[in-house]
Design a protein around this ligand. Sequence first.
Ligand code: FES
Length: 160
Amino acid sequence: MSEEKTPINPEDEFVDDPQRRNFMSALIAGASAAYAAGIGYVIYRYLSTGIENPDANLPAQIKIEKAETLVNNSSMPFKFGSKPGILIKDDKGDLHAFTSTCTHLGCTVSYQGDQKRIFCACHGGVYDPQTGKNVSGPPPAPLTAFKIIKEQDGIFVSKA
Ligand code: FES
């Protein structure tokens, strides 16, 4: 049983037009190439934005403005590039600096001088203010410490 083509409009004729077929093939090939190029560009941008190394765009060191005004057993926030940090002056006058992003789920931690601890209010995570070590609660890792550099013109931090 042979299959007969039925024109939508009975007055139309089926015409096997190679020029039209070639045009449609070229159009589909062009659209496919543009789609593949778009996906390739997105992958290229993803791989070249430093996502593999998020520290790639961080500064070598920064000055913490007014750090010298910090009194014992208190803290102040700072920004190290795009990373939030916390500078702590303990009750002996020693300075400690850490990233202030909790290693559990990324909340911002704060220093609680009365309890001598770095605390994350989101889920009760606690860190040691001397070392940044996670000491209780859900945080799975310590806070990253910064190196503190005391210069005549101020206090600086850099990656440890
Ligand atoms: S985000 Fe800090 S303890 Fe959960």
